[in-house]
Design a protein around this ligand. Structure first.
Ligand SMILES: Cc1cc2nc3c(=O)[nH]c(=O)nc-3n(C[C@H](O)[C@H](O)[C@H](O)COP(=O)(O)OP(=O)(O)OC[C@H]3O[C@@H](n4cnc5c(N)ncnc54)[C@H](O)[C@@H]3O)c2cc1C
Ligand SMILES: *[C@@H]1O[C@H](CO)[C@@H](O)[C@H](O)[C@H]1NC(C)=O
Ligand SMILES: *[C@@H]1O[C@H](CO)[C@@H](O)[C@H](O)[C@H]1NC(C)=O
Ligand SMILES: *[C@@H]1O[C@H](CO)[C@@H](O)[C@H](O)[C@H]1NC(C)=O
Ligand SMILES: *[C@@H]1O[C@H](CO)[C@@H](O)[C@H](O)[C@H]1NC(C)=O
Length: 496
């Protein structure tokens, strides 16, 4: 009788969702992940956890493992040129580092100041209480209001770890955000940061002098970006930041090994839908050693942006209706790693010995050619490490919207030995109008990087990776009760 009931129930599911590929309940035999950044490698890891040891997992990478986590070498030492900072509450990243036996690299203390093109308008001191007092004096209640706002958002966002630990998945970024923070979170992806903060009672002056510089260093963009993105990066502007000893990209190569995934160092050119009867698979074509190869997969996760200006080179074929192009573009930020002498005169300090800052943020001033400039530490820090003093040659990272011209380099630096430029399409170019991209492109074809449009950070890609692994697993096994559930706060409280 139980068996009949089972057949009946699965029949009902099939009726309710006739498009699902496999009807026999067999596990998938091959899964492909396109992209070996933190998103793709974390997906491979979570897929392995959920689907078990038998399934073959192939990860395709056209460039370097790590993607937007990358390092450049200066004077025999490596420096982060892409994603560099991790927050202490980024629990997936923390978990990866622990499972992989990697080490934490704490940020080396240093002072920050905000430059407006003429002078410093905000300077950090040695003394925490004095800084608080100054902020209070200058901006009044703004500072406290902002802190409470960010904390409340973080607290709600942290619910995702509980939901994911209980196995719940979401079929869209909107569903995920809604389950964490209701319509308030959805609205925050559509309204501008400045509008939200003004409404909260934060002063325009605080927004211009503190918030705008943080958005410029984190996203190279202004305070018109969506409030949700803004809140994510303000959380990152608080204390307790870290990075991975040896380079953040070590997490990606580590996860690939942990997942026992096959790394295929080739660009994927096409993803084609192939059907035999009721059974659908995806055929990936790619170049390997100048030969065209192709392979069929049961499940495919695309873990790279698909917006036009990224030029992923992937074309989708055989889908009816055609998979529509994903709107929006990625924002250019140039990271220049410069070994040289900072021109402290430019910042109003003729004597470099008196220059107290290691990080310089900037206000949104027309004509200012850089977003930030900071003395940076190598990815391996020995016990005796100290920051270079401004009168010594040091290694600096400058973010700018365009490659720096020689005259600009000569303005910022008295002289330099080397300049290494990484021209990133770094994160979404946020406008407040476009919606969030889809997660499910087809029955068993998923897209990871839509999550970046809610907020771009290593942890956001990791959260998206866990969600897609769960979603793929539940959809494959038709456990629809684990997808897009409402009232999850209540459910996880009453579940054992
Ligand atoms: C300058 C900069 C600073 C940043 N700072 C921070 C920070 O401090 N903290 C933080 O948390 N985040 C930061 N970020 C954001 C963070 O780096 C990204 O959100 C994250 O690394 C994205 O990872 P991903 O795996 O989703 O995408 P990606 O890293 O872009 O990975 C996609 C991969 O897919 C590959 N690929 C593309 N097309 C194909 C194809 N056709 N076939 C095969 N492979 C393909 C690409 O080569 C790439 O390796 C920063 C980013 C930049 C650029
Ligand atoms: C979000 O916006 C919608 C529509 O504008 C509104 O009905 C809803 O109350 C808003 N939610 C919150 C929490 O502000
Ligand atoms: C922010 O930048 C966008 C272009 O990226 C521009 O359209 C907008 O006017 C700017 N907003 C402010 C407040 O400067
Ligand atoms: C840097 O750190 C990583 C991780 O701890 C280690 O594997 C590597 O050997 C170190 N490199 C150097 C040059 O010390
Ligand atoms: C340094 O800054 C000063 C003041 O802005 C400027 O006059 C000088 O040209 C800059 N460059 C060098 C190499 O000193």
């Amino acid at each position: 009788m139980n068996q009949y009931l089972f057949v009946l129930l699965s029949f009902v599911h099939v009726l309710a969702d006739p498009d699902f590929a496999k009807l026999d309940g067999a596990p998938p035999s091959k899964i492909a992940v396109v992209g070996a950044g933190i998103g793709g490698t974390a997906t491979a890891h979570f897929l392995r956890q959920h689907f078990g040891p038998e399934v073959r997992i192939d990860v395709f990478e056209r460039g370097s493992v790590g993607g937007r986590l990358a390092t450049v070498t200066v004077n025999h030492q490596d420096y982060e040129s892409g994603g560099s900072i991790i927050h202490s509450l980024n629990l997936h990243m923390q978990d990866f580092v622990q499972q992989l036996g990697l080490k934490y690299r704490k940020s080396v203390a240093g002072k920050t100041a905000v430059f407006n093109g003429d002078e410093f308008i905000l300077e950090e001191t040695d003394w925490y209480l004095l800084d608080l007092f100054r902020l209070w004096w200058r901006y009044g209640i703004s500072f406290i209001r902002l802190q409470m706002w960010v904390e409340e958002i973080m607290e709600k966002f942290m619910r995702i770890y509980k939901y994911q630990a209980h196995g719940y998945a979401f079929s869209s970024v909107e569903e995920l955000l809604h389950s964490l923070g209701g319509s308030g979170f959805i609205n925050m992806t559509r309204r501008s940061l400045s509008e939200s903060l003004l409404e909260l009672g934060v002063s325009q002056r605080f927004i211009d002098e503190v918030i705008a510089p943080i958005m410029r260093v984190n996203y190279g963009q202004n305070i018109s970006i969506p409030a949700f993105v803004g809140a994510v990066s303000l959380a990152g502007a608080q204390a307790n930041l870290w990075a991975v000893e040896g380079g953040n990209k070590l997490v990606c190569s580590g996860l690939l090994k942990l997942a026992k995934a096959n790394l295929i160092r080739s660009p994927v050119a096409t993803i084609t839908l192939r059907s035999t009867g009721d059974y659908q698979q995806y055929e990936l074509t790619y170049d390997s050693q100048n030969e065209k190869s192709s392979e069929l997969y049961d499940i495919v996760v695309v873990a790279t942006p698909l917006q036009q200006n990224i030029n992923s080179g992937i074309s989708f074929q055989g889908f009816e209706p055609q998979l529509s192009e994903i709107a929006g573009s990625y924002h250019q930020t140039v990271a220049s790693i410069i070994h040289g002498y900072l021109n402290c005169s430019y910042f109003g300090f003729p004597d470099p010995k008196l220059f107290p800052f290691s990080s310089i943020l900037t206000t949104d001033t027309p004509g200012l050619f850089f977003n930030s400039a900071a003395s940076v530490c190598p990815v391996n820090i020995t016990s005796g490490f100290r920051r270079k003093q401004p009168q010594e040659a040091g290694v600096y990272k400058v973010f700018s919207p365009k490659p720096l011209e020689k005259s600009e380099l000569k303005t910022l630096f008295k002289s330099y030995y080397s300049v290494q430029v990484t021209d990133w399409l770094a994160y979404p170019h946020y406008g407040s109008s476009q919606g969030l991209p889809p997660v499910v492109l087809h029955e068993n074809l998923y897209f990871l990087n839509g999550m970046e449009w809610a907020g771009s950070a290593m942890e956001m890609s990791s959260v998206a990776a866990k969600n897609i692994a769960l979603l793929a697993y539940h959809r494959w096994n038709r456990q629809l009760e684990m997808i897009d559930q409402k009232e999850l706060m209540h459910k996880v409280k009453t579940e054992l």
